[in-house]
Design a protein around this ligand. Structure first.
Ligand code: CP3
Length: 621
């Protein structure tokens, strides 16, 4: 959840549950309860109440305990202890109102009657609630505490120690506490390590969140200011609240934040109603997208239908490239030929990321040797305003190609639809073609940020519609090509790109896998993950094992053979394929591919040898 909102999670387990060796307190409580030794019993937690009942049941029949509890006044602190009591068929006499702190407990208990001389048992879990005990005793009650569980520090304290050191060094920005016992353990550990003061100073500069009022009380008791609590004591709400408020809290704590915090929009993908269920749902390629185990590692290759293939060149001799894209029969033919010739596990529709520029009327054409050219590049607000309203049907020919390919593939191989990501499309529109430094693109971004965002919003809208059209026509998966985004540093990516790519991905129905691809993105992987996608494309400049671990395996990965490796001899290709499969281990969720498209001079038999090698070496019996 934290990563989805653009955060980097530092995970530090701070407590370990240890049952009291023999639960003596629980058994003594039972003996006294059965002997009529209490007038009032307070249940503070669900887990503790349940554990207490279980401990007692090792000695006494359940019926007896239930009868005894029915004779006394029982108090449930909140919904969880109520549920634990109901499991025994008991209704609490008193239900404590929210926010369920010791004050509400004390008020509701004393409202019911005089406590003087009353014998009160408190089921405790974790640290004792000193205020509650003192409050009851001040009203004349005779209090017995029944501690059920205790919290210890974890056995492996290294992660907590490391996290405390980061806090002390001012390297962490948000602290999320999910229980009051955690607070105690964290402070004790910091003090034992001799960095208590530094950690406290660290907290004072961080955005500190607490899951609820009990935890907040404990934080304040240690002198730690609580900056926010979620509306409901649930982890999802907690993380959302942190994402929404951390930036402004941090900004108010220092004059100049050390790093710029740009909020990542929270974008949850929703399934379409009724959900689209691909007939290829259980195909290895589809399973890999969902990180489910597959019988072998699926493989397909970017630009698998291209000039390296004689069948392609034969069609191309007679037709211009854009014409091939525009004629569904031709596009379908080269798409299907590539799949059949190579034996790959996915087809990719023959088209181009630049097709959406056609209805934008910027003068797109392809020149031999020069690649794409845009005659009237977008360099200003006026250029942007000249773009005519986009005809939503202008690219329907791609949908027609998809339908033809779907019927030719007869539900044997999934079909990938695709589009360019807003940044890569913008780079072509602004540069007027391919580029090395992206000088015009970045200059645009840095000098006209508002126009930039307007352009990106428009491209995101067009791209989302284009992909949805492809899905409606039958695409089983979609890939978003952000081929040139690696030219940006992480701060620029966060600010100028991430929200727009996230908007495209969020528009795709949750059940249709999205592959989010880029090159030279070693510095951006976590942020690309935050922008969304079920599968992240990796190029050969990163080690697949390291990159995947960095992503906490929270996403499937696709890649990452160097396309130039296909010019080596077959034994060398096999060795390199093996190395990549080894880096992926046996983990579910790896799709084999190149790190970028197949180059035009690549020997076809080497490509086939790669596909066969991956199938053979990854077969799981
Ligand atoms: O992968 C496939 O087999 C599907 C088809 C596909 C093409 N382009 C066909 C194509 C896909 C997925 C693309 C995506 C694409 N197009 C990208 C993103 C992928 C990447 O390579 O980073 C980009 C940046 C483009 C833009 C583009 N289209 C360029 C820069 C060029 C010229 C470069 C070249 O190889 O000539 C194209 C033309 C193009 N797109 C060709 C093909 C088969 C070559 C056209 C020809 O036959 O002359």
């Amino acid at each position: 959840m934290i990563e989805r909102r653009g955060g980097v999670a530092i995970i530090a387990p701070a407590m370990r549950e240890i049952p009291l060796e023999d639960n003596r307190a629980a058994l003594e409580f039972a003996d006294r309860l059965l002997a009529g030794g209490f007038e009032l019993v307070i249940f503070l937690t669900g887990v503790g109440a349940r554990a207490l009942f279980q401990a007692i049941e090792t000695r006494h029949p359940r019926g007896l305990i239930v009868e005894a509890l029915k004779k006394v006044t029982t108090v449930a602190r909140g919904p969880k202890p109520i549920r634990a009591m109901r499991e025994l068929g008991l209704e609490p006499t008193i239900v404590v109102p929210e926010p369920n702190t010791w004050r509400e407990i004390l008020n509701s208990v004393s409202a019911r009657g005089d406590l003087n001389g009353q014998r009160v048992a408190i089921q405790e879990y974790g640290a004792s609630n000193r205020e509650l005990i003192a409050g009851l005793e001040a009203r004349g009650a005779i209090v017995t505490v029944v501690p059920v569980y205790r919290w210890a520090l974890p056995i492996d304290r290294a992660p907590l120690r490391a996290a405390l050191e980061q806090i002390a060094a001012g390297e962490a920005e948000v602290a999320l506490f999910t229980s009051s016992n955690q607070v105690t353990n964290v402070i004790q550990m910091a003090e034992a390590d001799g960095i208590g003061a530094d950690v406290m100073r660290g907290f004072s500069r961080m955005a500190v969140g607490s899951i609820g009022p009990v935890c907040s009380e404990q934080l304040r008791a240690y002198g730690i200011a609580v900056d926010f609590e979620p509306q409901h004591s649930k982890l999802g709400h907690f993380v959302n609240e942190a994402a929404a408020r951390a930036a402004s809290i941090l900004a108010s704590k220092y004059r100049a934040p050390r790093i710029e915090v740009v909020e990542v929009p929270i974008r949850r993908r929703v399934a379409s109603a009724p959900p689209i269920r691909s007939p290829l749902h259980d195909h290895p390629m589809m399973k890999a997208c969902r990180r489910e185990a597959a019988p072998y590692t699926p493989i397909w290759l970017m630009r698998q239908a291209g000039r390296y293939m004689p069948e392609y060149r034969r069609v191309r001799e007679r037709h211009d490239f854009l014409e091939m894209c525009r004629q569904p029969e031709l596009a379908a033919e080269v798409t299907v030929t590539a799949v059949e010739r190579l034996g790959v596990d996915a087809a990719i529709i023959f088209a181009d990321i630049l097709l959406p520029l056609i209805p934008m009327a910027v003068g797109l054409h392809f020149e031999k040797g020069d690649g794409p050219i845009i005659d009237r590049p977008i360099r200003s607000a006026a250029d942007l305003d000249r773009i005519p309203p986009i005809d939503p049907d202008a690219l329907n020919f791609v949908g027609e190609s998809i339908k033809l390919v779907k019927s030719a593939l007869a539900n044997k191989t999934p079909l990938i639809g695709f589009a360019g990501a807003p940044f890569t499309l913008a780079s072509y529109l602004i540069e007027g073609g391919s580029s090395r430094q992206y000088q015009a693109t970045k200059t645009f971004m840095y000098t006209q940020p508002e126009v930039w965002h307007r352009l990106m919003e428009m491209l995101a809208r067009i791209t989302a519609d284009y992909l949805k059209m492809q899905i409606a026509a039958g695409a089983d998966i979609v890939q978003i090509f952000d081929s040139w985004v690696g030219s940006l540093g992480p701060d620029d990516f966060r600010r100028f790109v991430l929200p727009h790519t996230a908007a495209v991905i969020a528009a795709i129905p949750a059940e249709v896998p999205v592959i989010h691809f880029g090159t030279v993105t070693g510095n951006l992987l976590e942020l690309m993950r935050a922008a969304g996608g079920d599968v992240l494309g990796l190029d050969w400049r990163v080690n697949l094992a390291e990159a995947w671990a960095r992503l906490n395996y929270s996403v499937a990965v696709q890649g990452n053979l160097d396309p130039v490796a296909l010019f080596a001899d077959v034994p060398e290709i096999r060795t390199r394929a093996r190395a990549i499969l080894d880096q992926a281990g046996c983990r579910a969720g790896h799709i084999f591919n190149l790190g970028h498209g197949i180059l035009p001079e690549t020997p076809v038999d080497h490509v086939i040898a790669l596909v066969d090698a991956v199938h053979e070496m990854s077969a799981r019996h």
